[in-house]
Design a protein around this ligand. Sequence first.
Ligand SMILES: [Fe+2]
Length: 369
Amino acid sequence: MWNYGQPTRITFGVGARKALPELAASFGTRPMLITDSALRDTVMVREALASLGPNARLFAGLESNPTVTSVDAAAGEIIENGCDVVIAVGGGSSLDCAKAAAAVAAQGGSAREYHSAGRQLGGKRLPVIALPTTAGTGSEVTPIAVLDDPKTGVKAPMAHESLFPTVALVDPELTVTMPRYVTACTGLDTLAHAVEAYWSVNHQPICDLMALEAVKLTARRLPVVLQDGADIEARTGMSMAALLAGLAFHIPKNAAVHACSYPLCAIYHLPHGAGCAMTLDHFIRFNAEVMGERGKALAQAAGVEDMAALSDVVADLKRRAGLPLSLSEIGVTEESLDELVRSSFVPLMKNNPREVTPSDLRALYMEML
Ligand SMILES: [Fe+2]
């Protein structure tokens, strides 16, 4: 038995951003645009803000990863300005911050209460229109917001129905100016979502189809955008891959690769996609023996015959993209392995198709050292 549902309305295509003013006006008259500080002065944010009219407000107080504090600050601005619709422009961080702020502003209290103090999110939230400027997290169609709490040291995903954006406005042109390293990290994150949605113990047929298509698109298009970031056809393929992978993983959920990415990113300060890429090719080899015919279909989606060859494809992409290939490169030592193993066993690990024991993981990390 399986279920599939997806409440976010999706508009996709080159130029889709032009629908923003009319769309925002259909939800409210006082829009709040949320983005991060690095994008504040870019043409795309300036244009989006101007298109929303004189009542629009801007919150660009987000520095890299969203924290419960930045969500509270954004929610405070929404309330103070009487905003009635939230526009999220940016990568996964901006989108996650905006999604959480739209819910917290409507439900009251602090993001910290919902993130780590056990308060349950309810269904109330402001409408959210998400415009992704990267092709990676799929946050434009997922009910997930990954937040940090610097005070408690907790970095964890919040997941709730009320965090689904109302509309995803996916315009591949917004990704054209993404720097090469960000393109690489977010592209590998997309591939990790597709692969993990497909091999999760909770996999199901609708998500499988989207995951395989996302693998196919990423294998073909990511090498092209790494070569030429202005190739709009390839950028469109990657925006589509990120969207499909987001739709594919939010029900089956991710597995070992994402479980390991949490400590790798939190302790060794890797971008999320680089943290996923670190173990992706290794878990493709590790899981191969339990995947059977499904493994073959996954490999064939990437244009190769088996999981071993798929692992080589991923390793090659990482090399070409300039992502770290070994754990020692990012500062992991043999002495720190036990701690890394311990902190990798977050709940997502249970979704892995082949059981991972602490000694398996230690051996895997040793190989990667
Ligand atoms: Fe991810």
